[in-house]
Design a protein around this ligand. Sequence first.
Ligand code: NAP
Ligand code: SF4
Length: 668
Amino acid sequence: MSPYPNMLAPLDLGHTTLKNRVLMGSMHTGLEERGDWTRVAEYYGERARGGVGLIVTGGMAPNAEGGVFPGAAGLYTPQDIANHRVVTDRVHAEGGKIAMQILHAGRYAYGPDCVAPSALKSPISPFKPRALDEDGIEKQIADSATAAARAQEAGYDGVEVMGSEGYFLNQFLCAATNHRTDRWGGDYANRMRLPVEVVRRVRETVGPDFILIYRISLIDLVPGGQSFDEVLRLAHAIEAAGASILNTGIGWHEARVPTIATSVPRGGWAWVTRKLMGQVGIPVITSNRINTPDLAEELLAEGAADMVSLARPFLADPEFVAKAAAGRTKEIAPCIACNQACLDHTFQGKISSCLVNPRAGHETDLNYTPTNTPKRIAVVGAGPAGLMAALVADQRGHDVTLYEADARIGGQLNMARVIPGKEEFHGLVDWFATMIASSGIALHLSTRAAPEALAAFDEVIIATGVTPRDPAIDGQTAPHVLRYTQVLRDKAPVGARVVVVGAGGIGFDVAEYLAHQGPSATLDLPLWQREWGVTDPATAPGGLAPDGPDPTPPARQITLVQRKPGKPGKGLGKTTGWIHRASLAAKGVTMLGGMAYKRITAEGLVVERDGAEQLLPADTIVLCTGQDPLRDLANALPHAHVIGGADVAAELDAKRAIDQGARLAAAL
Ligand code: NAP
Ligand code: SF4
């Protein structure tokens, strides 16, 4: 019997049946705006082929004012219908089902024409919205119903009405963003009128045999958010208005509580969905930080939901369901919830892809086709770049030998995975190990490949990585000065007062590692909730603890410094940087920019700031001042291919390393 009987069980919706309980949740791709609909179709088609029960597209605006940014993808014109038809045909040809998400951004729309219940600017947007009048509200309802009709005409199996995450409909629900005094504001019956009316009109327009999902905000995580009684009232009204499924939304985009980042415990919001189970007669979907079939099965088996929604894991591996069903769970490329190539790309106007799977969003231009001319290929270095290059080359039919000087694979990933909150990196290294073991790759650990030994290969790929940069600070050879590698890899003892020099990704990681004590909150949901001030929305509206966050006291007194002026952390990930900064601030870490490093003494680090010298007292100083490429082998072999940190160390991350490794091996 399958280990996933609940996850793989069909879901009968009356007029149609979903083949299993897995929904691919909505993610913006960035492809639609480029107008290449074949590419959009391949992206979703590949995921349909991978066996997911139902796909929900990225958000489509019902009209120009509701788009997340000017020109955002939508469904307004006959040409739009023809474009979307390319996608639905492709998904259906693969045996899948697909629903289109109708997303009206309200005051989150990043443009001057945005509209909202009241003219109240969001803290995450520079644009003040225009408050809608009665006709304006009717237009939004009518446009949503029209978008649903067009989706039906374009061949979709249903629509999802986006009612959560602080978007337009959610903005009507909360008194903090809805100051109206007409029938669309005031008491909750009035505030919920719009979402209910949208669902009613959409159902009226599309008829009974069409999936209608409503994404309901179960916990707003903002001051003035809904109470759970209000949420239940809304759920009942939405069901009565004709929704076929309720999907879970967690937190507004402006919430100061992480909801999907890697440091959020796995399945850490399923308890909120569970509160809705048994309260409505339609299926309920749970969401957020579900990234393995085992967790999906566990949540469904314990009755937390009728269905699970996974979004980013389908970027990491389109075959998530098919591999689980075939007993190949360990081969599922794991989503590590880093946001680096998906959401961070979205916010930079780039195509969404995946750190673990560079093919995501590139299904038509990056393919690992079998080679007609198998070669003997040596890959030197089993960090992310070398591992990916070796795997892709092997998959294409080359004869690959992989050399690693260390006794284990993983390279820099092995340092990331010891950081509290970055436990997902274990899964990534384990996945690489599984894939290498099941491949034809000859792996030689604890082996330094000499140039002579590499002469026999047709191609040599050098992925030897990086070495910590020498910042040349006077006094840095003193015994109380450590490199980050000594702290994270060699576990060197560290004193009670620490100065971390360099505030890039690694400086932040080291500060987090040294400030931390006790269990990792990522592995301890009640502790995590305490640290971020999350509580049951049945006891506190919006689910925010009345006394706020209650962080665990830090293990040490830490100062994190950089030379650049301004607050450290500006270069961190767009969607996750604020979490790292907030986490360190909660642990009392002092973060300082604009430092000139003068010298290190027995007492600490002497800096010059604003023309004056100052001692930053420290028992231990940890240098996190970036990296330089390790190029000895590359210099000895000028015809070799050089990838990853050995190629360019500046702004190196696993995303670039894996992408470069995959693209090189796809072309050899
Ligand atoms: P980094 O991000 O390039 O940061 C290096 C730090 O050292 C900067 O704060 C820089 O700031 C300082 N620095 C550079 N040269 C210096 C010098 N000669 N003397 C003194 N200070 C100097 O590199 P990293 O922190 O080593 O991270 C390496 C890569 O790992 C990152 O690029 C990152 O992508 C990846 N990583 C990512 C994350 C993540 O959260 N996404 C986490 C960990 C690691 P100043 O020049 O202002 O002093
Ligand atoms: Fe997951 Fe990171 Fe890939 Fe996004 S980029 S899908 S968060 S692994």
